[in-house]
Design a binder for this molecule. Structure first.
Ligand code: FMN
Length: 223
């Protein structure tokens, strides 16, 4: 598949064909595409938990739905109608993946720079104490892992698209991070970044949400 075609035709797919599992060789090709992404100092902080078990996937989706339902009810009880509506929306926005044949949980390993040899929290703290410090080190040592994971995920979405699979990047399920962590036995040192259900799309006719025009999202700097 041509790159431009993959970029333009990729859509967030929220319904998958039943009984169309993804072969492991395709799963591994998708992960490999992710691993060719750039990462800060080539730390490759991405780690992927692959969930194929239908019951586990359905329970994860139910847990997300139930959580947002409870929060919405509580908000409504307190007279917060708009907030309640938002959380009602999040019920399905965060849980549509119950029937997906595969869910990938993309995680980030904390930054471990061999040069620094100290925990990143310490780097940030020590840097703050430097008299001439007007450099914000957080983007360099803390946020950089999530940025790197996002780059890998985009590669994976395009690879999946080229192999005929539909995907959807999600962060709503991260709202119940503790539950997901427990259900999947995720290592303590990994930070959950995104959840990506994947499968053969039930329909290929998914409308593309509009994009801002190129002129609206760019400007040439005038020297
Ligand atoms: C960081 C991020 C988080 C997202 N979270 C969700 C989500 O929780 N649930 C969902 O259904 N879609 C989610 N999406 C998908 C967006 O809704 C979708 O990308 C957007 O509407 C554009 O549609 P398209 O992907 O088909 O081009 C997320 C996308 C991104 C980049």
């Amino acid at each position: 598949m041509d790159l431009d075609e993959a970029i333009r035709q990729r859509r967030s797919i929220r319904k998958y064909k039943a009984d169309a599992p993804i072969p492991r060789e395709d799963i591994e090709a998708i992960i490999e595409a992710g691993s060719w992404a750039p990462s800060s100092t080539n730390i490759q902080p991405w780690r992927f938990i692959l969930v194929e078990d239908r019951e586990t996937i359905a329970s994860m989706a139910k847990a997300v739905y139930d959580k947002f339902q409870a929060v919405s009810k509580e908000a409504l009880g307190k007279g917060e109608k708009r907030l309640a509506a938002f959380f009602r929306f999040l019920r399905s926005y965060g849980s549509f993946f119950a029937d997906a044949p595969l869910v990938i949980v993309a995680c980030a390993k904390p930054y471990e720079n061999p040069v620094l040899k100290m925990p990143m929290a310490t780097v940030v703290q020590k840097a703050k104490e430097l008299e001439h410090m007007d450099v914000d080190v957080k983007p360099l040592v803390i946020d950089t892992v999530q940025k790197s994971v996002a780059m890998a995920v985009q590669n994976m979405l395009l690879k999946a698209q080229s192999l005929g699979y539909g995907t959807c990047v999600m962060d709503a399920p991260i709202a119940i991070e503790g539950t997901v962590r427990e259900m999947l036995d995720i290592e303590d040192d990994l930070e959950l970044v995104m959840v990506i259900p994947m499968g053969v799309p039930e329909s290929t006719k998914v409308e593309a949400p509009e994009r801002l025009a190129v002129e609206e999202v760019m400007r040439y700097h005038q020297a």
